[in-house]
Unconditional design. Structure first.
Length: 376
């Protein structure tokens, strides 16, 4: 094990002289089930391990503010190097100082400490910090040197959070009037929305491929989504998966499958993970009815928040995903902005090459989306 200057090696972890981080200790993945986000959960770590990632869990001691679990996943970059990634982490203790300087210092101390637990070929460690600012015109929270912005965000930095604590009438009143009308229209026109089983994932995937071709988005192979459902089901049946519920919803009309969503209920949050829609009968507004069904079921499961999981950073009619921004913000939720993906570099040259390729791929996808938008 390599030790950072000033760190003290314990039997299983490191004691640190940091301003905020006092120690870091390897632990079992199950400890990560205490995390707020599903992306920091033991379930997510063990799922990603089935697709080539190495998942590790730690307990980070933040001194007087308490201890929080941390999920780190790592994979190879070609034959010689690897990188580490902490999705939507670190989750700092609830009463940790909210000042940007304190959070940035904590992030730096964590990146330096984790270096001791990583293989020598690790080029960089990537973070998606979960803290956020709020409001449609608000900028993302700043992350400072020595961190560098990733070539592309891995997780959605900007999203909409719908409050589910009120009555159904209260939730509907917060939506734009056109959204309430579209929900009612779908039901009036006979759109059937139902929860489907894993045996109908092929129908979801056919719609997803159609959506990806239309909107120019990248998707996984079908086995990724099938494995996710199987893994979440098996995990929920175990002793550490209480409260975990992954669901598929389908919307159909007179035998035609019009739209589908995959939603995860965990703790007090429902998360809209994936969505797909057909080019047929778009005037029946099936996606609106799907989201409303998912929100109602999330509330029935005890969720307090429904995360629509990703929008463009601002309302911009020229953005290739401008329609997604309008659709999701119309449901009346709070718009929040996280910092996005940031790297702490251990091997500058390797990280720079990877970052350039990542930015190039992002640029090509954006160009394709703009071209498709221009054709419609």
């Amino acid at each position: 094990m390599r030790l950072n200057r000033g760190a003290v090696s314990g039997k299983n972890g490191l004691s640190l002289p940091g301003q905020y981080l006092r120690s870091i200790l390897p632990t079992d993945l199950a400890q990560c089930n205490q995390a707020n986000s599903f992306l920091q959960s033991g379930c997510w770590g063990s799922f990603k391990a089935r697709f080539g990632w190495n998942a590790r869990a730690f307990l980070a001691d933040w001194g007087e503010w308490g201890t929080r679990p941390l999920l780190l996943i790592r994979r190879r970059l070609g034959p010689w190097f690897s990188f580490a990634y902490i999705p939507w982490g670190p989750e700092l203790p609830e009463d940790f100082p909210v000042q940007d300087e304190a959070r940035n210092q904590a992030l730096k101390e964590l990146a330096q400490a984790l270096h001791a637990f990583l293989p020598a070929n690790t080029a960089f460690i990537r973070f998606d910090p979960p803290w956020y600012t709020e409001g449609p015109e608000t900028t993302r929270p700043p992350i400072h040197l020595p961190f560098s912005p990733a070539g592309a965000d891995v997780q959605p930095a900007d999203t909409v959070l719908v409050d589910l604590t009120g009555s159904e009438e209260t939730i509907l009143k917060k939506m734009k009037s056109k959204w309430r009308y579209n929900i009612q229209l779908a039901h009036r026109k006979g759109v059937l929305v139902r929860q489907a089983g894993e045996e109908e994932l092929d129908r979801f995937y056919e719609l997803l491929k159609e959506t990806a071709k239309r909107d120019g988005i990248a998707i996984h192979g079908s086995e990724y989504y099938t494995t996710l459902f199987i893994h979440c089901r098996d995990y929920a049946e175990g002793q550490n998966g209480e409260g975990l519920d992954l669901r598929l919803y389908l919307a159909e009309h007179e035998g035609d499958f019009l739209a589908a969503v995959v939603v995860l209920f965990r703790g007090n949050t429902g998360v809209y993970l994936y969505g797909a829609s057909s080019d047929q009968k778009r005037n029946l507004m099936a996606p609106y009815a799907l989201q409303w069904k998912a929100m109602k079921d999330a509330q029935a499961q005890g969720c307090k928040v429904y995360d629509l999981f990703g929008i463009p950073p601002a309302e911009d009619p020229h953005h290739p995903m401008a329609g997604l921004y309008r659709f999701k913000t119309g449901f009346g939720g709070r718009i929040i902005h996280r910092p996005g993906s940031w790297d702490y570099t251990y091997r500058p040259l390797v990280r720079r090459v990877f970052n350039s390729l990542e930015a190039l791929r992002k640029g090509l996808r954006t160009c394709k989306r703009k071209l498709r938008k221009g054709k419609h």
